[in-house]
Design a protein around this ligand. Structure first.
Ligand SMILES: *Cc1c(COP(=O)(O)O)cnc(C)c1O
Length: 354
């Protein structure tokens, strides 16, 4: 890894903050942004010009590679503030490693770990007042990298921009969701970019997802190439509880290796719950829904944390999941968020002090 950071972070502050404390909590997810952003550029084989500036528009040439060939990767993380005004992150080293893994798959340069953390922590300390503290609220952090070199010759760019922007956000979903199991469209393919947090993975699923939304569903559960096995939702990994066993698909070239997913597996195992990471047939879940052994189904990801799924549809038939008491999903969500908001001892060592 290139650890050769040639520049210190230059800081340009806003003249006047646009923070309105009265409306900080309960904001629509990812809709408003804090005063500042972190930005640095990759040029002549080096990351340079690291800056924190007011949140503002970018100036790019129309020939910037990102507009034409989609070289763009991102991450999603959150900052939490505890009752002593201390800022915390959750397993940020995992996001740092993952954005570099995604970048590599898209033929983009890796960002040195030191620069990622220096930019992130400096920015968070400046935006501390922007971290909402009401239940389910946090500061959503979006690190991303785009190809900003000019020219439309179909080849990787020679220049890149890495940025971090922050958005005070409320809950992603406020109720249980209903999903459709994919039978025609696919999110990812073997040997493709499904395991990378590539912008294009999202762009490609908006059309089929919008069709599902038009029919009254919230999300699609993607399946493998033959639409035989369940994989993940568009923004979340998916878990199933059959009787008292927790099941989730193994990560692969088509499935994103979610940090929430692996944290839930660790929490469940520690609690003595039987966890199976294995391939799950659509027919198995349909059968379990019919015979009443499918007790729960839920999505898991940083943005939404854990979202219970109340219904799924497959081939135009709706299956309702019985509402059980003492849901695994509620227990895991509480344990996870208690660690994130520094309400309990962190026996896993996941919390990161800023
Ligand atoms: C980001 C993402 C997830 C969730 O990952 P976390 O690390 O838990 O936030 C799951 N699936 C896809 C496709 C994603 O992009």
């Amino acid at each position: 890894m290139n650890t050769d950071i040639t520049t210190k972070i230059e800081i340009q502050k806003v003249k006047e903050s646009s923070l309105n404390k009265a409306t900080l909590n309960g904001r629509k997810f990812g809709s408003t942004f804090t005063d500042h952003m972190f930005i640095c550029t990759y040029k002549n084989g080096k990351w340079q010009d690291a800056k924190i500036t007011p949140y503002q528009p970018l100036q790019l040439q129309p020939s910037s590679r990102v507009f034409h060939y989609g070289q763009a990767v991102f991450e999603g993380m959150k900052a939490y503030k505890d009752s002593n005004d201390q800022i915390w992150l959750f397993r940020p080293d995992e996001n740092q490693k993952r954005i570099n893994a995604s970048a590599k798959r898209l033929a983009m340069p890796e960002l040195p770990k030191e620069l990622f953390f220096e930019g992130l922590e400096t920015l968070l300390k400046m935006e501390k007042e922007w971290i909402p503290t009401a239940d389910g609220n946090s500061l959503y952090i979006r690190p991303f990298m785009i190809a900003t070199g000019n020219g439309i010759f179909a080849a990787p760019s020679d220049e890149y921009t890495f940025m971090i922007i922050c958005s005070p956000s409320g809950k992603y979903y406020s109720k249980d969701v209903q999903v459709v199991i994919a039978e025609h469209y696919s999110r990812a393919a073997n040997g493709g970019v499904g395991a990378a947090k590539a912008a294009g993975n999202y762009g490609a699923q908006f059309y089929p997802t919008q069709k599902a939304i038009d029919q009254g569903y919230d999300q699609i559960i993607w399946t493998d190439a033959n639409h035989e096995y369940l994989e993940e939702a568009g923004t979340m990994n998916v878990f199933f509880r059959i009787n008292n066993t927790l099941i989730t698909a193994p990560t692969s070239e088509r499935i994103l290796d979610g940090i929430t997913r692996k944290s839930i597996i660790a929490i469940a195992k520690k609690q003595g719950i039987n966890v199976e990471e294995r391939k799950i047939k659509v027919t198995e879940i349909k059968e379990a829904a019919k015979n009443g052994t499918l007790k729960e189904m839920f999505g898991a990801g940083t943005a939404a944390v854990i979202v219970p799924i109340s219904h799924f549809s497959h081939k135009e038939i709706d299956y309702k999941i019985t509402d059980v008491k003492n849901r695994f999903s509620s227990q895991f969500k509480k344990q996870l968020t208690d660690i994130q908001y520094n309400k309990v001892n962190d026996e896993f060592g996941w919390r990161y002090k800023v």
